[in-house]
Design a protein around this ligand. Structure first.
Ligand SMILES: [Zn+2]
Length: 183
């Protein structure tokens, strides 16, 4: 039994070697730039990749690990996904047409809760909240709420992980991102 477990653990390590999911939460930027300038815990993280490169899988896995798995302490990066108190996983299109984040979260994720409960949960610990927003490219049009989230007009202290196909997100919006990862 012991051996089986060890073998499994070893296999897992090999699988993980390519890209540790939690590595997305540490700063990645132009290789040439001085490391002193990099914020160690970026609050705006852009993950770009062509269709099929695993953007949605990354989002789903992070949300799943946060919700269903305890931190084993084996997550190599700090912060790992378990360090957030609240994780909200939506697509960019889910935010279209909404004026405030609470209503969008209630409608798409917490329909059983009343709006005040949602508001309380999201405002409770803003800097311990992670928004995972998938597919910017499919839901960026007329999306005022998403723009406000990127700019930090709402929930400025929360962390935002946004995925997109390459080159959809342009300045001046793009300059709000302190870290970028290409899949
Ligand atoms: Zn962890």
């Amino acid at each position: 039994m012991h051996n089986t477990f060890n073998k499994r653990a070893k296999d897992k390590r090999i699988e993980k070697k390519e890209f540790g999911q939690d590595e997305v939460f540490v700063s990645h930027r132009d290789e040439g730039s001085s490391s002193a300038k990099k914020p160690c815990n970026p609050k705006r993280i852009l993950v770009e990749g062509d269709p099929g490169m695993g953007k949605t899988t990354l989002c789903q896995d992070l949300a799943f690990r946060w919700a269903r798995q305890e931190c084993t302490g084996e997550c190599k990066c700090a912060p790992c996904v378990h360090s957030w108190y609240v994780v909200i996983y939506l697509t960019a299109a889910d935010l279209q047409g909404y004026q405030d984040i609470h209503s969008a979260v209630k409608d798409h994720l917490l329909s059983d809760c009343d709006i005040d409960q949602v508001k309380k949960a999201l405002d409770f610990c803003e800097d311990k909240t992670l928004f995972i927003i998938d597919s910017f490219d499919e839901g960026h049009k007329d999306n005022v709420l998403l723009r406000d989230l990127i700019k930090g007009k709402v929930h400025a202290n929360a962390t935002l992980l946004l995925t997109s196909r390459p080159n959809y997100l342009q300045d001046p919006l793009k300059k709000h991102f302190q870290s970028g990862v290409s899949l």
